[in-house]
Design a protein around this ligand. Structure first.
Ligand code: AQP
Length: 332
């Protein structure tokens, strides 16, 4: 069975973009893969974070993932900082990756913006650690949203250079799995920006913990244009906000743009937004209530993460020790 690895940052409450672009696919992949899912807290400190809330956010996110359907018994759920193999391999990869490769990463450019001189060096080298997250388990398939495609390409460049430099075929090729009609969910306020936990406006995203009233209000206020919905997907070109809402609807109903437009083409946004809000509430309400139930016993969630970290370390430690040997470190 092929091994899957994927991660999510505890930088805030997970949103519909994380769910449709990543987590929902993680759940489905559990059927026929060996899966490791990780709350990547080491990545979360590459940007300013609140040390008083990081631990709670990590636990909350783990609870959300379990509520979405991640099975921590059959598969492995853990937080990244608890398994030291990530940092050990991350350092090696930082010495393998080239500055020019990292300079091309568009997510760094987006996140650093005009403040390049003041962001952490961790934000710049983050893709090296991401490569280590995956390869420490010899994982070959990585389900991610479309925004992470470039980082997976970089991880493959790193593994190819490692194999070449150290005369080995130790690290396998990684295949990104970018699945479904909502691989990139956009902000509800701006169809050109992706939905993001760290967007200053809470109105830009639907959080997995939002109640029905909040969801309906956010969708009602979502930016759209004045035209009715087209009856064919071609009519969504150059209409990013309309395309985004149709994509969300399609993903939640397990159909595609054509299927949604067959049903809703020609309608104005008022009516379509009502149907969309009802669908989002129907799908997210059980996740929010299960998350609340799980967080009623925080010790239980912590025990799940502790057990996951021990099982993850048992896989990663020998792989990373072998990588260290290949690099040439003395292991007396
Ligand atoms: N808008 C999105 N649409 C589809 N997929 C998305 N993902 C994130 N945003 C969208 C996917 O969710 C997984 C976990 O992402 P992450 O939390 O590790 O980091 P991110 O991609 O940087 O997500 P955010 O919400 O924008 O976080 P912040 O604001 O902290 O940077 C990934 O597979 C990602 O592709």
């Amino acid at each position: 069975m092929q091994r899957i690895f994927s991660g999510i940052q505890p930088t805030g409450v997970p949103h519909l973009g994380n769910y449709l672009g990543a987590v929902r696919n993680w759940v489905a992949l559990q059927k026929n893969h060996d899966c490791l899912y990780c709350v990547v807290d080491l990545h979360a400190i590459t940007a300013a974070h609140d040390h008083r809330t990081l631990a709670a956010q990590t636990r909350d996110l783990a609870a959300s993932l379990i509520a979405c359907g991640i099975d921590p018994e059959k598969h492995i759920l853990f937080n990244q900082s608890a398994v030291h193999a990530h940092v050990r391999l991350g350092w090696i990869f930082t010495c393998v990756a080239r500055m020019g490769w990292l300079n091309r990463m568009t997510q760094f450019k987006d996140k650093a913006g005009k403040d390049r001189e003041n962001v952490s060096t961790g934000l710049f080298t983050y893709p090296n650690l991401m490569a280590a997250d995956i390869l420490a388990y010899h994982a070959t398939r990585v389900p991610v949203g479309d925004d992470q495609k470039q980082h997976i390409e970089l991880a493959n460049d790193i593994r190819a250079k490692f194999n070449h430099d150290f005369e080995t075929d130790f690290f396998p090729e990684i295949e990104p799995l970018i699945l479904g009609p909502a691989a990139r969910v956009m902000s509800l306020r701006d169809g050109a920006k992706k939905m993001s936990k760290s967007d200053a406006s809470d109105q830009s995203r639907i959080n997995l913990t939002d109640d029905a009233e909040t969801i309906a209000l956010k969708i009602k206020r979502a930016k759209t244009d004045a035209e009715p919905l087209p009856s064919e997907p071609a009519g969504l070109e150059a209409r990013p906000e309309a395309r985004n809402l149709v994509g969300i609807y399609a993903a939640l109903q397990d159909t595609d743009h054509t299927g949604v437009l067959r049903e809703h083409g020609g309608k104005g946004f008022g009516a379509f937004k009502d149907s969309l809000a009802a669908l989002v509430v129907e799908k997210l309400a059980p996740i929010a209530s299960e998350t609340r139930r799980l967080l009623g016993d925080p010790g239980h969630v912590d025990a799940i993460l502790r057990d996951g970290a021990a099982r993850a370390a048992a896989i990663a430690d020998p792989i990373v020790t072998e990588a260290e040997r290949l690099v040439g470190f003395l292991r007396p």
